[in-house]
Design a binder for this molecule. Sequence first.
Ligand SMILES: NC(=O)c1ccc[n+]([C@@H]2O[C@H](COP(=O)([O-])OP(=O)(O)OC[C@H]3O[C@@H](n4cnc5c(N)ncnc54)[C@H](OP(=O)(O)O)[C@@H]3O)[C@@H](O)[C@H]2O)c1
Length: 288
Amino acid sequence: MARWTAADLPDLSGRTVLVTGAGSGIGLVAARELARVGARVTLGVRDVEKGRRAVAGMPGDFDVRHLDVADLRSVRSFAQAWTGPLDILVNNAGVMDVPAARTADGLDVQTATNYTGPFVLTNLLLPYLTDRVVSVTSQLHRRSKLDVDDFDWRARRYRPMKAYQDSKLALVLFSLELQRRLTASGSPVRSVLAHPGIATTSLAAHSSANLVNRFAFLLNDPEHGALPTLYAATQDLPGNAFVGPDGLGGIKGHPAVRRPAKVGLDRSRATALWQATAALTGVGEGAA
Ligand SMILES: NC(=O)c1ccc[n+]([C@@H]2O[C@H](COP(=O)([O-])OP(=O)(O)OC[C@H]3O[C@@H](n4cnc5c(N)ncnc54)[C@H](OP(=O)(O)O)[C@@H]3O)[C@@H](O)[C@H]2O)c1
């Protein structure tokens, strides 16, 4: 079977897509490709000028808006300003291995960026969603020992890479519980997961874990890193499908449907995490 590429994207004329963190890396490639096949693409970015510069000269219908996913005030005002159908939401924005810091809401910055903010954003945008939510996770979710009762790192000593792994497992569990709720309410909206393998973006640029540039030849470039996101956003997949590269260890290659870690399919943990996040943020209690 031919390997799936961005050339296989369907026509998305008339469809509206939001990609968070789309000013660089995988999100920018995904935004560019979705616009190329006709979607109206909103880039939710924390630096609007940088976002505008990133898409300047690219063909397509782009709308660059301010969105800091780690800041719940920004997330709320972004969602409040949204009007009309949103066909596809891509929760792409992320940071990795960043030092301990708290947001204006008192949340752990890394967890808020990668999980808690996207949780709130998705819940607030659900009334507008028509097709699906794609959450961009990582193979590193497999290493997580997520503490559901302390997912926001209040009781334990903060460890940057552990917090990254946990935030990416939290997204996997979020997708599972979101899909359960959507199905239970009879919604046609799907929640799906994508991971890029390891892609040579700026994600790890500041990190002690940055072996990415030295071993680039073993890894996905950002173009290939965006393929699982594009596949998850546009192909006919079952709810909670997990899409990643088809190469060895899911590190490199073309998109294929795979299985997340077993812990990512634990329904009671997913429900417990949802409830804990809803209690912390005040969003999501009755959603879907
Ligand atoms: N690259 C990999 O190997 C890899 C592997 C597994 C998973 N992922 C995931 O893939 C996604 C995209 O990462 P990438 O590799 O493309 O890295 P990247 O080039 O660093 O892109 C991350 C994007 O997220 C944005 N962002 C960060 N914090 C934000 C916030 N608070 N609000 C809004 N946007 C924010 C960044 O915006 P600024 O430009 O403002 O910083 C940047 O555009 C992330 O979720 C990452 O965890 C990547």
